[in-house]
Design a binder for this molecule. Structure first.
Ligand code: TRH
Length: 397
């Protein structure tokens, strides 16, 4: 297949997308990733001139993740309760949107779909935004249409949109200018960032911990104790903090020689900066992995566990796609409980060893490499334009 003209673009020369009205729907399964991704998408679209209604069944996390979002202080985005999308009084006042985004296969409220089918408006461009994966099925399935066979929207077409790491996928969320912002943050940024949180900087290696409760944190603490350089562990609020607490209750001496600081819940902006200033990032799920990639610092990813260990295939696909070097790969397998955390497995703290240098170089090279593909919002806008103008899915390769 050849590329559709609608999709020929480069990151430096994106096609301008006419501003549209978007409805983004998101159900929070658990954790922060569903709302985290949908919020970043909404905010990025709004910053590019679009108008977004973000319908959430649980918006609580936005209070700290995006201060002001719930009070409509972000121009272009309004956050709406999920149930309001089934309220006839609300529906009667709504302007029909040009695009619907169904976050991670959440089913749209039936009444909302029925309302839209009843008004005199062309069907929206209806996108099912999928989870991120480096598995090969993503390239095959990205952009595929799925006609609706029943219900009030019978005959309408949904399209699958897959984020991903290769040119034949929908790319990764990356706001315009993000890497330039990161680059200008610099070493002054580290000082200012820590000072802003009331944390003194004694020049130790900074390690951020954002993980699930089942991560082998006791083993990590033992590794950090053995590091050549002093370590300051910045523990994110929630499951990571609980995991550290449990590990220290079992072995109080595990904290000796380490400086451990517990962080409050940070806004996404501050969370990104945390990853920029750290020497090593432990991240999890989906969105923080992408942010760790853009940070360009060495990281270890804890994948969200799935039934039948399906997540391990996903982990392997990521490590292969990014050509993770040996020690990086080992740590990922160990951190995800595919093997025991070996006492001698090196972590990239200080660049005194060759392994550290290789790991650091790998992480530093990933951001510019991945930034060569157009970011997700640029691609999504082009895709939507293609569907809207052709009345069908533009070819994705
Ligand atoms: O919270 P997560 O584990 O979310 C997961 C994944 O998205 C997974 O794919 C999904 O299926 C599952 O939830 C239901 O990890 P993730 O994706 O990294 O999301 C965390 C979000 O929280 C991210 O947007 C960053 C944000 N965050 C902050 O903004 N400030 C903070 O202080 C912290 C700790 C997180």
């Amino acid at each position: 297949m050849t590329a559709s003209p609608a999709l020929v673009q480069t990151p430096d020369n994106p096609l301008p997308a006419p501003p549209m009205l978007w409805d983004i729907f998101c159900r929070v399964i658990d954790n922060f990733g569903d709302v985290g991704v949908c919020w970043r998408l909404a905010a990025d679209l709004a910053a590019r001139g679009h108008t977004v209604r973000l319908w959430l069944d649980d918006a609580q996390a936005l209070a700290w993740m995006a201060p002001g979002a719930l009070e409509s202080r972000w121009p272009g985005v309004t956050v709406r309760p999920w149930n309001a999308a089934s309220d006839p009084g609300v529906l009667s006042t709504l302007k029909p949107a040009g695009v619907w985004i169904e976050g991670f296969g959440c089913e749209l409220p039936e009444a909302f779909v029925a309302w839209r089918a009843s008004v005199q408006a062309a069907p929206p461009v209806w996108i099912n935004l999928e989870y991120l994966s480096a598995e090969s099925f993503v390239e095959r399935c990205h952009g595929l249409p799925s006609p609706l066979m029943s219900g009030p929207a019978k005959g309408w077409i949904k399209h699958f949109f897959y984020p991903g790491f290769t040119p034949h996928t929908g790319g990764l969320l990356r706001e315009p200018g993000l890497l330039a912002q990161r680059n200008t943050f610099g070493s002054d940024g580290r000082q200012a960032f820590l000072r802003g949180l009331g944390i003194a900087d004694h020049g130790e290696a900074l390690v951020t911990l954002f993980c699930y409760a089942h991560a082998p944190v006791a083993e990590l603490l033992a590794h950090l104790q053995g590091a050549r350089q002093g370590v300051h562990l910045l523990v994110t609020h929630g499951q990571a903090a609980s995991a550290v607490k449990t590990a220290l209750e079992r072995a109080p001496k595990a904290a000796e020689g380490l400086r451990i600081t517990h962080l409050p819940l940070l806004s996404q902006t501050l969370f990104d900066q945390l990853l920029w200033v750290s020497d090593l990032n432990f991240v999890r799920g989906e969105d923080s992995l992408v942010r760790a990639l853009w940070a360009g610092r060495p990281f270890v990813w804890q994948i969200y566990p799935q039934q039948d260990a399906a997540h391990l295939t996903k982990l392997e696909a990521f490590l292969s796609e990014t050509n993770a070097p040996g020690p990086t790969r080992d740590w990922h397998l160990q951190w995800n409980s595919v093997g025991a955390v070996r006492a001698n497995a090196p972590l990239p703290l200080g660049n005194s060893t060759q392994d550290s240098a290789v790991w650091q170089a790998w992480a530093a090279a990933l951001a510019p490499r991945l930034a060569q593909q157009a970011d997700l919002v640029t691609q999504l806008c082009a895709f939507v334009q293609g569907v809207a103008s052709e009345g069908q899915a533009p070819k994705t390769r």
